[in-house]
Design a protein around this ligand. Structure first.
Ligand code: HEM
Length: 155
């Protein structure tokens, strides 16, 4: 497995490939549900935990809802489309200030849970590659610029 993370260029929305069908074939829907439950448990404890609800019931709702998107993206039933309709990656995330560092933290949590999943490397790699590229669409703040702005504001 290669968990390399490449740098995001702010404003670029690189083309991505959806995971190969073997990913959901090997893991199953139940496996995906467990993967994302474990993932969000890690996320709330991470450096980006402040973005997500800490309260148990709210977090369970997020898990149950968001996994619909990932099941659909993996080629499973269109649960997310049925529940919400169209998904806009940029709009969904623009209400949060997401830096490259935050993206890396998100991917780091994903790496940790993926390491415990017992499926073929080919299946896992195709899911990782999808997330690694698609997650670049969420980055909407340049941390460098943020720092410069701070200096200017302080005068
Ligand atoms: C490939 C990567 C990612 C995908 C596919 C993805 C997908 C999603 C989806 C489907 C939702 C729910 C939208 C809805 O309410 O219907 C969501 C919400 C959210 N995402 Fe992402 N996301 C990704 C990466 C990230 C990253 C890197 C962050 C960094 C902080 C992030 C932060 C959030 C937050 C704070 C929410 C709102 C809470 C929630 O509903 O989970 N996401 N995302």
């Amino acid at each position: 497995m290669d968990y390399t993370v490449t740098k995001t260029k702010l404003g670029q929305r690189p083309d991505f490939k959806y995971p190969k069908p073997i990913f959901i074939e090997e893991l199953g829907e139940e496996g995906l549900v467990k993967l994302f439950s474990d993932f969000y448990d890690l996320i709330v404890e991470s450096d980006i935990g402040n973005f997500f609800p800490q309260e148990g019931e709210e977090l369970e709702k997020i898990k149950a809802h968001n996994v619909k998107f990932f099941i659909e993206a993996a080629g499973g039933p269109k649960y997310y489309t049925q529940a919400v309709g169209h998904f806009d990656m940029l709009k969904t995330h623009e209400q949060f200030s997401i830096t490259e560092k935050a993206r890396r933290e998100w991917l780091g949590c994903m790496e940790e849970v993926l390491r415990d999943v017992d499926i073929s490397d080919e299946a896992k790699q195709s899911f990782w590659d999808f997330l690694e590229v698609f997650s670049k669409h969420t980055v909407n703040v340049d941390a460098g610029l943020e720092l410069e702005d701070l200096v200017v504001k302080r005068g």
